[in-house]
Write a protein that binds this ligand. Structure first.
Ligand SMILES: Cc1cc2nc3c(=O)[nH]c(=O)nc-3n(C[C@H](O)[C@H](O)[C@H](O)COP(=O)(O)OP(=O)(O)OC[C@H]3O[C@@H](n4cnc5c(N)ncnc54)[C@H](O)[C@@H]3O)c2cc1C
Length: 535
């Protein structure tokens, strides 16, 4: 197999143009090209009048060795790398089942790999199975009645179940871990295009079905999955895990616990802290969701090709570095999506964004964030970042009217420092409702200052970003974990053998793919113990 990179064609090229391009690049007749697969396809819209599709292709040819030597000086043509993930070798699997805590992408993939390796893992999840969870979340969005154990953060599938399901990641994929995640998603029903699109997304509608299928696969391989089962304590003997205490009442015997808790398990973080498990405060970000008409983003990004069916709704990513060293940036942009109520704690507002696979809603939204560091938290406690988040989430709740209505302000008013008292053309998508206000009441002063500087600068890169009636909804406080649960080179807590902090909550990954990959690495680390035991 030979890999060819940088095959560039007009984005609306005819299907047969790709094969023609391959033949031209290689200078070969048609009969020598036996097959080809698209490995990656990205859209380059930097030149608005000349939007192109850029491909990486693996080809199978009749005369590969000869061609490889002919193109040995061309770094766009090389031998195709292996793209298969290899499960690690395991020794004899015995002893009690590993317990994986949390069914987000990290916990799901840790459990799946352990099950594929012949362990009989037990996955425990504090929230409900996904169908019941969807009902609870919809009820919250409709009525403002929050279930603190079944919401956008807690329940089967974890935080990413209600999301755009963007599968982009910046992590390198030397061992094909990301590929493994994508392939398992496709096996569970995700569209095949995620295997090659440069910016793949699944959408909430597909994610709900996919997590259910992954659960069934785990069970079919001998794993167990328990819902409404919260880790409330850890039995420790001689600095080793001896059991998982759940729901304050039952002890599950195990010598291995994977903590795939996500970033919102505040009560569990407190419990770990009380057990003297090493935890550090870590930087994260805070800010708002910003909404614009999707049509504005499409025109700004695609010019005359805006609304072309082959391009879909456009995305953006913006950053502005201020002179004082702080930066503002957009994050987790959801084209054609909705701003959603993502609280998990009573009396606090948390915003986030999601889209369906079709991304067909009228607004685009994105987090607009400013980084914060432990120096901003006002305390040296490892859990100080949680208190910081909580403080601003509660202020947003009060500003919104103490009923889970989110505080909103129009961009023009925000920049001028006056409260908003009416909406413009952009209709906020957040439910159960919004309250017009002055966001300076529920954001740290330095965040307000940085955003006021950054938004007009961002408008220079994306025309219309600072449009007066764009809507800002507060507060986006859970973009990543406020803590790190320390782990050593064996991926275990240095204090407790058999305890594996993992994923976003532990502060080692963020986003669906990177947390799922972290889960795979944890499963590999657990399996490597069986080899040592066998030797
Ligand atoms: C609305 C929203 C949209 C997002 N959109 C995207 C996106 O488009 N693309 C992307 O890459 N990322 C997105 N993210 C981020 C992504 O979802 C997270 O990075 C990812 O889910 C983290 O995975 P995780 O497995 O580490 O933790 P989580 O997914 O948070 O899962 C942790 C699980 O642990 C459970 N749990 C916690 N404590 C306990 C306990 N004591 N006992 C038992 N169970 C417990 C929780 O209920 C939860 O189900 C989004 C997040 C949100 C909230």
């Amino acid at each position: 197999m030979i890999r060819i990179i940088d095959i560039t064609l007009p984005f609306d090229h005819k299907e047969e143009a790709l094969a023609k391009s391959i033949l031209e690049r290689l200078g070969i007749p048609e009969h020598q090209l036996l097959n080809f697969t698209i490995v990656r396809k990205s859209i380059d819209a930097r030149r608005k009048n000349h939007i192109v599709a850029v491909y990486t292709i693996d080809v199978i040819l009749t005369n590969e060795p000869e061609l490889l030597s002919r193109f040995s000086q061309d770094n766009r043509i090389s031998a195709g790398p292996c793209m298969n993930y290899q499960l690690p070798t395991v020794g004899k699997v015995h002893g009690p089942s590993p317990v994986v805590v949390g069914s987000g992408p990290c916990g799901l993939f840790a459990t799946l790999i352990l099950a594929q390796l012949g362990f009989k893992p037990m996955l425990i999840e504090r929230g409900k199975e996904v169908s019941s969870r969807v009902k609870d979340v919809r009820n919250f969005w409709r009525t403002g009645q929050l279930d603190p154990e079944s919401n956008v953060q807690f329940g089967e599938g974890g935080a990413g179940t209600f999301s755009d399901g963007k599968l982009t990641t910046r992590i390198k994929d030397k061992y094909n871990h990301s590929r493994k995640v994508l392939e398992e998603f496709v096996r569970a029903g995700a569209p095949e295009e995620i295997l090659y699109q440069a910016k793949p997304h699944i959408g909430t509608d597909n994610l709900v079905k996919i997590v259910k299928k992954l659960r069934n696969t785990i069970i079919s391989l001998g794993g167990q999955v328990r819902f409404v089962t919260k880790l409330t304590g850890i039995k420790i003997k001689d600095s080793k895990v001896a059991g998982a205490i759940v729901n304050n009442s039952e002890t599950i015997e195990t010598d291995t616990i994977v903590l795939a808790l996500g970033h919102s398990a505040r009560d569990t973080f407190e419990m770990l802290y009380q057990l003297d498990i090493p935890i550090e405060a870590k930087p994260f970000s805070i800010g708002v969701r910003i909404e614009h008409p999707q049509s504005l983003i499409d025109k700004a990004q695609y010019g005359r090709f805006a609304f072309h069916r082959l391009l879909g709704p456009a995305e953006y990513k913006l950053v502005h570095h201020c002179e004082n060293g702080r930066s503002a940036y957009t994050f987790c942009m959801c084209p054609g999506g909705e701003v959603i109520a993502s609280s998990s704690e009573s009396g606090g507002i948390v915003t986030n964004g999601m889209s369906r696979y079709s991304r067909n809603k009228s607004n685009a939204n994105s987090a607009l964030l400013v980084g914060v560091t432990p120096q901003d938290f006002g305390s040296t406690s490892p859990l100080a970042g949680i208190e910081f988040q909580r403080r601003w989430e509660r202020k947003a709740f009060e500003t919104g009217g103490n009923n889970y209505f989110a505080p909103v302000q129009l961009v023009g008013d925000f920049i001028s420092g006056r409260p908003s008292n009416s909406l413009g053309e952009v209709c906020p998508s957040y439910t159960p409702g919004v309250t017009l206000c002055d966001l300076a009441e529920c954001l740290p002063g330095f965040v307000v200052e940085i955003l006021r500087l950054a938004i007009p600068q961002m408008d220079k890169k994306l025309k219309g970003f600072a449009r007066n009636d764009a809507v800002m909804t507060a507060v986006e406080s859970r973009s990543s974990s406020p803590i790190r649960i320390v782990r050593n080179e064996t991926l275990q807590s240095p204090a407790i053998k058999g305890l594996y902090p993992a994923g976003e909550g532990a502060g080692y990954a963020g986003g669906i793919i990177s947390t799922a990959v972290d889960g795979i690495k944890i499963a590999e680390a657990i399996s490597s113990k069986t080899l040592k035991a066998t030797v």
